[in-house]
Ligand binder design. Structure first.
Ligand SMILES: Cc1cc2nc3c(=O)[nH]c(=O)nc-3n(C[C@H](O)[C@H](O)[C@H](O)COP(=O)(O)OP(=O)(O)OC[C@H]3O[C@@H](n4cnc5c(N)ncnc54)[C@H](O)[C@@H]3O)c2cc1C
Length: 400
């Protein structure tokens, strides 16, 4: 054997897994076709890496089996990762809703993980293409353009296909299918939504504007900011709902969260009847958006608006029902929804139930986090669960 463990993918989950397994005695080789480890960590959180979330829990994840992530998340928590970050003296701050970011650059998190892997004696081979993997006897053989490597355990940590220009691929799904494991259809998630119908132009005209909203569909609801873009809608509220959106469905945008727009309009009509609908809207929404909405209601004064029109205006603000044409796709998606079916894996170790010694961790698994540091927490937790399991096994006669 060349090593106890080969990990394909030196990203968030792979680096954590290698560090944990190695520090507990396993010999580990990490292979990655990218020239640098942890590229998605580097670009994450606008370059400051939203590395975890204080309120992270199972409810922050989407999966066909909502219970699957519980075990790993409870055994390696956000506080465990925070303890590691503090041990390395990395300065951090809470931005909003429990989201923890580096004060400095994301590179500090990558350097920390690389240092952990180095302490663990991991060998990291970058710029290494994986041509194929095979099960042979009790172990696996991994073929690269220059070598054939034998290993006792094989960990697939190659993430999902979001942001292909960063080296993201669907290779993990290919390996799963090669070994007969079911894959839940992958789709872009945490992704801007696009419009092609009559809404495209008005939305583009509002490009750059941000409003506080509650965006919802029948599955979920998010109280966050929405951003108008020249191609559609983005911002945290839209990215979050995109993970729950299916093609052809509508979403509802409430631009007056926590308020009763109709009651306020009726009161305004009584108390300030000469106020124009645009002026009233301007006291609640950005001016350009107010002007756009008011243009659909050609009344000079609130007093001129029959109740029917007040209801329509209130609905425009608090229950804007829209049907996106699609998403910006993997090019802009922060994560991939779907992936290796959790029914195929042990929730304790991430090992395949069908193929002994084969493990899947991180984004390649059908566990998708909400925006806000949850996806990294899943990468750390699933990587640590797998690393623990690999370390717990008897060490083979691998070259050290
Ligand atoms: C722009 C952006 C910003 C983000 N910001 C945040 C954030 O702030 N907080 C958060 O929690 N999440 C964030 N995410 C999501 C987060 O980056 C991922 O969920 C996380 O990186 C997944 O970890 P992973 O180890 O499973 O996969 P990755 O980190 O993607 O690592 C996979 C590795 O496998 C390698 N690989 C792929 N295919 C092959 C192959 N065929 N052969 C060899 N190697 C291969 C890749 O090069 C890569 O190094 C962001 C994502 C994006 C795209």
């Amino acid at each position: 054997m060349d090593s106890d463990v080969i990990i394909i993918g030196a990203g968030a989950a792979g680096l954590m897994c290698g560090a944990v397994a190695g520090q507990n005695g396993a010999s580990v080789i990490l292979l990655d076709h990218a020239e640098r480890a942890g590229e998605k960590i580097r670009i994450s959180g606008g370059g400051r890496c939203n590395f975890t979330n204080l309120y992270c829990g199972p409810d922050n994840f989407i999966s066909q089996n909502p219970h699957f992530a519980k075990s790993a998340l409870s055994r390696y928590t956000q506080y465990d990762f925070l303890e590691l970050v503090e041990r390395y003296g990395i300065k951090w701050h809470e931005k909003t809703k429990g989201q923890l970011f580096c004060d400095g650059r994301s590179q500090e998190i990558i350097d920390m993980l690389l240092a952990e892997c180095s302490t663990a004696g991991n060998e990291i081979r970058l710029g290494t293409q994986v041509l194929g993997v095979e099960k042979i006897g009790d172990g696996f053989v991994v073929t690269t353009p220059t070598q054939t490597l034998a290993t006792r355990a094989l960990v697939i940590a190659c993430g999902g296909p979001s942001i292909p220009k960063m080296g993201a691929t669907g290779y993990g799904y290919k390996v799963a299918e090669q070994f007969g494991l079911n894959v839940i259809t992958p789709e872009p998630a945490l992704v801007p939504l696009t419009f092609t119908d009559q809404l495209k132009e008005p939305i583009a005209a509002l490009s750059g504007m941000s409003v506080d909203t509650v965006v919802s569909n029948e599955r979920a609801s998010f109280d966050e900011a929405l951003l108008f873009t020249h191609r559609g809608l983005s911002g945290p509220a839209i990215l979050q709902i995109s993970s729950y959106w299916h093609s052809g469905e509508a979403i509802t945008v409430n631009m007056a969260p926590g308020r009763d727009a109709l009651a306020e309009l009726k009161t305004a009509k009584l108390q300030t009847p000469k106020l124009s609908p645009e002026k009233w809207l301007m006291s609640h929404l950005p001016a350009r958006l107010a002007a756009h909405l008011a243009a659909q209601f050609p009344f000079q004064r609130l007093a001129d608006m029959p109740d029917r029109e007040l209801i329509n205006l209130a609905l425009q603000i608090s229950a804007w029902h829209i049907r996106p044409a699609g998403t910006e796709g993997y090019r802009k998606a922060e994560v991939t929804r779907g992936g290796v079916d959790t029914d195929e894996l042990s929730s304790k170790t991430m090992e395949s139930r069908k193929v002994a010694g084969l493990y899947f961790i991180g984004e390649v698994v059908d566990v998708t986090g909400h925006l806000g540091g949850h996806n990294f927490q899943w990468a750390w937790a699933s990587g640590a669960a797998c690393g623990d399991a690999l370390a717990a096994q008897p060490i083979s006669g691998a070259r050290r």
